[in-house]
Design a protein. Sequence first.
Lengths: 215, 447
Amino acid sequence: MSLTLQEMVVQLSKISPISWGMYAFSRDPLKNKIDDATKKEMIEKAIDCGIKKAQWVIETYKTNNPIEIANQLGLQVNSVCKGQVADRVLFALFTPPNTIDIMEEPIEKAVSSLETMNIISKETIYNLILGHEIFHFLEEEDESIYTRNEKIVLWNFFGIKNRSTIRALSEIAGMYFSLTLTSFVCSPFALDVILYYNYNTKESIKIYNDILQFS
Amino acid sequence: MTINIIIGIIMILSFLGLAWYCVKGYNLMIGFFIMAGFWTILALVGNAISPVDSMQGKDIIDVLTYVYADGPAGYAKSILVNVFFGAFFGRILIETGIAATLIRKVVELGGDKPRITMSLLCIVTAVIFMSMTGIGPVISIAVIVLPIMLSLGIPSPIALFSFMGSIMAGIFGNIVNFKQYQAIYEGFNSAAASYTYSDWFQTGLIGMVVSLVVVLTVSNVMMNKKAAHAWAATTTNNNENAPAISWISVILPVVGVVAFDLPIILGFILSGIYAVITTGKFKGTYADICRFFAKLFTDGAIDVAPMIGFLLTLAMFNNAATFAAPYFTAILGNFVPHSALILCIVFAVLTPLGFFRGPMNLVGCGTAILAVVISTLPNAPVEFLYPLFAITTVCPQHLDITQSWVAWGLGYTKVSSKDYMKMSIPTGWVIGVILCAIVYLLYGGLM
């Protein structure tokens, strides 16, 4: 049975933060190196990290508008006429030290779809994406932030250890940072389904089903 | 003599035409078929005006038979059988999940460190392509490796370049490719028949290591000092891991040939059976197992089908080049150096002419130059001259946008040819220079 975007978003708005976190981990190459209980602990800390950082930003810069925050932080925000690379739809890219590229293609595809526009405005999509990338900038600036200090040991060879950060935690924190700024109805991770929908409906439903597995 | 020079000039101009043809992205199979015909006609005209030794005692039908029948027939006998079984083995590594598992395990070793993980991915890709052949396996591996690199924040031009560069590195040790170039060389110098993969192995491994080091150095230099973060929506693939005991299948064909002198086709078959058994895919009734192997062979054949068409017309071109050799010799013969040092320097300097199927590329116009060099230096040892031609073929060819899988990768990652070539051409040249210097040190004394 095929699902409408509206029906999927209604279901996605009921997904718990931990489930969204587990979805983020399912995309991480290191997912098999961490057990589920540890993942849940990490997800909670990452969410807390993202929310606290957003609260600090709102308090410091006296605004929750991502565009104004980006201006005050001196970020270079570019719109790039790209989007899909292979079966991967790119929404945005943060390149240190201060460049954020926001891909126009997925946003324009959403704007041209009445079905998508009934659910979310162009401004909200843009703010959610920009907010998320602002978090990555702040993360680079703050060496003591949780997402840069939570590490796992990948291997231990006679005492020589390879420790790695976990990219999924950074993404989770970024989503809750962005969510706190924008007060969207569900996790910004939902954009994975909403924006992919205009590229490939079947694959978008597949992502949606992947997410439901964790709820 | 004048007519030979005029025809030689026309042939050189047709080289340039072919390079333009390649850059425009036109079909190479048809391009080489046209070139084979054009050179054959030119050689027949030249012979009619001023007879040459290469056509002595041959009438037109003999010449046409040599180009259009003997060429493809000889190629099929000596090369295509290896290509088919190499592709079959490549399919086994894909279908059993061994290649994907190796890649995932490597990522787990490197972690969230783009430079380290990229380097590890490139090393494992190079090792995999010591045995695998064809665009199908390349795509199957690319759709695993490239998204991982992109998710680590590696820019798509660098991800594509490092991936294609690591395949090129692996091709230096690839048995099927060795056989292919050796057969071309043997067509002009029968002494090459006794030059085996084991003889080439040391140079091939050096080529592989040097290529990996240069490709990774360039990739790392081009990358931002800090990791980028990308937000992208992706669909997931099958994540089931193949058991550790099956992983060595990847290098078993090479081990079989080098350590036990096994025929390469038997090496592919035995390694493939080992891979299927150790991954638990050798199950069901006799009919099920037969169907499974038949499908793998069919899929492998489909993977290399476009390449087969091209290789067969290339074989026609190679044989036409035999008749073209006197005309190239008339122009270039006096310029072919006789000292090992100068030869190595010339090959190093001219390595970029291996791009766009150019005159230093044996899987391009290079067969004519090979014919000229061998006719000028008939006693040049294969151990010295073969590696030089192999370097200027393997390195530029497998980084080149005329290579089928590079062209596919550019479309897949939406990287512009310009961005890609900014890295690939200088890199190919540097690798060529280093390897020519190494060949001089190792084999220059044989000259």
